[in-house]
Design a protein around this ligand. Structure first.
Ligand code: PEP
Ligand code: MG
Length: 874
């Protein structure tokens, strides 16, 4: 018989898919002897079963829940609903992956009118009992019945205002009794029934609510954003309550074993005395830093410190821990690997290696391309910051520097973000705001601490965030925010520094970020391990320089057409294209050649002997011609021809399907003089650079080859020219002639094509376009729909398609090696800088990947991970 319910004593940390992250870790901590309140977990399979069963919990599952409940009652020596000693439990969701704020928690379940009195008498504490009851009614109404929280909060605010209380905890037991009565009335009005007195009914409704919350919109959006399958289901954890709201030697908190923003090896977190559950993260009261606990409850602090170290060593990673203190006894309610900023991820990974807790390989597997991207985020320039007008200071919740127009609701932020950079400004955020947060460049809140919803979610997204900027007074009705004597309205521009917590008026200049020593170490470890070389796609010496600074080992693609667009050349290029005869064309090509030669010389100089792959002209010629009337008029004048003549010429070379048309080597075959001009420019630059003492290793790359004879035709002529020049000038330089592989036919005939190519560079952009038959310029119109309808799992222009494109590449690699065993093989499409794609191509026998300069480090890391994962799977 299937086991649907597991006692904490029966599970362990490796059972996440069945028990969820929270359940598996509660079980693991229980077996480590850490003080975890006892309880049990209803499996993720039960959740899936619930959905398969038309949203009904089947009798077998109910039976197993009741059996475990009995065990729990015995362990606690209390009974659910008992009028002698009532057991209270928490009911919490726990999916395989944590979804911060997306799922719901119910505390104090088991309270009703009778058990509350018993609890009050037993503890001789009416305030505590009624505080617990009012919280329960509110949470139950919200989570199970969907009654909006604010309806209850208005009651609390009113009473606090009437009685001049500053905090919830100032309320007396009499106040709380009245609150409970009012809450029950609200419940009746909103739900249409009385609040359930039957505790078993409360329990089953709560379990079902957790199952239902798996499919609420917030959870679905989160899963979609993070690529988490809808089929995993959530577990439910039922656990004996411990109380942080029983007085001043009680409390509740959240802490990280290391600083999640900076990685500093020091306990970091927040807590509240005399509080329960969500109080800390809800931002209702401002929590105290966990370091203060050392003064308030020193023994508890010592124990907490000790437990965090035990857990960190056990899990070999920084832990995010929830704790409750009940009458100075510490309980751990949850541990999980903590979310962290990219900066902190790198710091922690390196520290853990240096402390001997993990290996370099494990450290590398913990860093991903997102982290690297985040580390490459800009920061505000120091000088500009000095001159900027600071508006407010909040908590530095998530690093980064962003400027944008302020909006006060998620919806308005989403709308405005289609035309401009937006900053979401709110008192606090909640899961409902998730899409607004996704659409914003930064988030600023006036309330809430470092573990508030805004802070946690923004950090996870790598989004700049400042929290708890208390001097901001937001008026949602007038869409304004007042800070001192400044009032800003919707659409006004601010700059947010998530690393310092400061917010500035208007735009502040940004500068690129620099690497930390730990970041450099991570990259050096990747360099030690990786087998693939990493080259840079660079069209000029500036890009090449950036790429080389990041450690690129050569230039894998120089797109020469980009040089043609520059101010001093485009007119010559146009004249060349519009020429009617070969002679005429040659006049302009002769003028272009020294210009292009100078560009190549600069690149050779920058490369200092590293290989430089120069691709000959690729795009269809019409791309160089003017399309708007104004430019057509100017150019006609320049060319001394009529507008009509020019328009006719443009028409004559325009194509229905230019990306599949007269481009690449087809141009080379039609107008060999163009490719020969480029080859001449290369040889002249190489000769000059060699003479000037720079080593040259140049690769001449012919694009879009699909037929062996195309390549042979062009290669023979280029080779003739290069050899003749070398001989004539008596200056030898190293060169290779090869081709791009970007047409399926080229893959299938790679053995033949390799007869004439010393290297292949896979142009996976075009290869994807032509394999799928999707236009690479328009496919986004339907790819998103395909993804939503599960027809495509991912965009093949971002993540290389393994079933189709990769298979073609494998065929090409094998065939090419049959003809030429030492052929140099690489990839230079966008996939060369994509972590997932690099891991796909890393095992098919290619030698290098080439990508844009800012992706070089991502490529290095991915290349190292490919080797590490291969070794793990051996
Ligand atoms: C490619 O097709 O993958 C490629 C690198 O060339 P381009 O993007 O210039 O067509
Ligand atoms: Mg291409």
């Amino acid at each position: 018989m299937t086991k649907y319910v597991y006692n904490f004593k029966e599970g362990n940390k490796d059972m996440k898919s069945l028990l969820g992250g929270k359940g598996a870790n509660l079980a693991e901590m229980s077996s480590l002897g850490i003080s975890v309140p006892p309880g049990f977990t209803i499996t993720t399979e039960s959740c899936n079963d619930y959905y398969e069963n038309n949203m009904r919990i089947k009798p077998e599952i109910i039976k197993q829940i009741n059996e475990q409940l009995e065990i729990l009652e015995k362990t606690m020596n209390k009974g659910l609903g008992s009028l002698e000693d009532p057991l209270l439990v928490s009911v919490r969701s726990g999916a395989v992956f944590s979804m911060p704020g997306m799922m719901d928690t119910i505390l104090n379940l088991g309270l009703n009118d009778e058990t509350t009195i018993v609890l009050a008498k037993k503890n001789n504490d009416y305030k505590f009992a009624y505080d617990s009851y009012r919280r329960f009614i509110q949470m139950f109404a919200d989570v199970v019945m969907g009654v909006e929280k604010y309806k209850f909060e208005t009651v609390l605010s009113r009473i606090k205002e009437q009685k001049n209380y500053s905090q919830d905890s100032d309320m007396t037991s009499e106040d709380l009794f009245e609150v409970v009565e009012e809450f029950k009335k609200i419940y009746r009005k909103e739900v249409g029934n009385d609040f359930p007195n039957n505790v078993k009914e409360q329990l089953m409704l709560a379990v079902e609510a957790v199952f239902k919350s798996w499919n609420n919109n917030r959870a679905k959006v989160y899963r979609r954003l993070n690529g988490i399958s809808d089929k995993l289901g959530t577990a439910v954890n039922i656990q004996a309550m411990v109380f942080g709201n029983m007085g001043d030697n009680c409390g509740t908190g959240v802490c990280f074993s290391r600083n999640p923003s900076t990685g500093e090896n020091k306990l970091f977190g927040e807590y509240l005395i005399n509080a329960q559950g969500e109080d800390v993260v809800a931002g209702i009261r401002t929590p105290k830093p966990v370091s203060v606990l050392e003064e308030e409850l020193p023994e508890v602090y010592k124990e907490l410190l000790n437990i965090t170290k035990v857990l960190e060593n056990h899990y070999k990673d920084m832990q995010d821990i929830e704790f409750t203190i009940e009458n100075e006894k510490l309980y751990i309610l949850q541990t999980r690997n903590g979310k962290r900023t990219a900066l902190s991820a790198v710091e922690i990974a390196v520290s853990l290696v240096e402390e001997g807790i993990i290996t370099k390989e494990e450290a590398l597997l913990r860093i991903n391309s997102d982290d690297i991207n985040k580390l490459l985020h800009p920061t505000f320039e120091t000088k500009a910051l000095k001159e900027a007008k600071q508006l407010t200071q909040g908590l530095a919740a998530s690093p980064g520097a962003s400027t944008g127009a302020i909006y006060f609701t998620a919806e308005e932020a989403v709308q405005a973000s289609s035309t401009k950079d937006v900053i979401l400004v709110r008192e606090e955020t909640s899961p409902e705001d998730i899409e607004g947060m996704v659409s914003s460049k930064a988030i600023v809140t006036s309330r809430g601490g470092m573990t508030s919803h805004a802070a946690v979610v923004a950090r996870g997204m790598g989004k700049c965030c400042v929290c708890g900027a208390q001097s901001m007074f937001i008026d949602y009705a007038t869409k304004t925010v007042r800070i001192g004597d400044i009032t800003l309205k919707e659409g006004d521009i601010i700059s947010v520094d998530g690393s310092s917590g400061k917010v500035y008026l208007g735009e502040v200049a940004k500068s690129d970020s620099s690497f930390t020593d730990s970041f450099k170490k991570i990259i050096s470890w990747a360099d030690e391990i990786r087998e693939l070389k990493v080259f840079v796609n660079a069209d000029n010496e500036k890009d090449a320089k950036v790429g080389f600074e990041f450690g690129a080992e050569g230039i894998g693609l120089c797109r020469t057409e980009h040089m043609f667009f520059e101010e001093d050349r485009i007119s010559l290029v146009r004249k060349m294209i519009l020429s009617s005869t070969e002679e005429e064309r040659k006049v302009f090509l002769d003028k272009l050649q020294p210009i292009q030669s100078e560009d190549f010389y600069k690149i050779f100089k920058e490369a200092q002997g590293k290989s430089v792959n120069i691709r000959l002209l690729d795009p269809p010629l019409h791309e160089f011609l003017p399309h708007d009337e104004k430019t057509v008029n100017i150019i006609a004048k320049e060319l001394e021809i009529s507008v009509e003549q020019l328009e006719n010429k443009i028409k004559s070379i325009s194509e229905f399907n230019p990306m599949m048309g007269h481009r690449g080597c087809r141009l080379g075959v039609t107008y060999p003089e163009i490719y020969l001009m480029q080859a001449k420019a290369i040889s002249q630059a190489a000769i000059l650079a060699t003479k000037d003492g720079y080593e040259v290793n140049v690769e001449v790359m012919i694009p879009l080859v699909g037929i062996e004879a195309e390549l042979k035709y062009l290669k023979d002529r280029i080779e003739f020219l290069l050899e003749k020049d070398i001989q004539q000038y008596g200056v030898p330089f190293n060169y290779k002639i090869g081709t791009m592989i970007e047409i399926p036919r080229a893959c299938l005939t790679a053995d033949k094509i390799a007869n004439h190519a010393e290297f292949f560079s896979f142009g996976t952009n075009d290869l994807t376009q032509m394999t799928f038959g999707y236009s690479r310029d328009d496919a986004e119109k339907f790819i998103d729909i395909y993804k939503k309808k599960n027809i495509l799992e991912q965009d093949p222009f971002i993540n290389l398609d393994e079933s189709g494109v990769l298979e073609l590449m494998k065929i090409a690699v094998n065939k090419a090696k049959q003809t030429r065993h030492n052929i140099k093989l690489g990839i230079c499409g966008e996939h060369g800088g994509d972590e997932k794609s690099i891991e796909s191509v890393g095992n098919i026998g290619i030698h290098y990947v080439s990508c844009s300069p800012y992706r070089v480090l991502i490529a290095k890391l991915a290349a190292a991970k490919t080797v590490i994962k291969r070794n793990i799977n051996k």
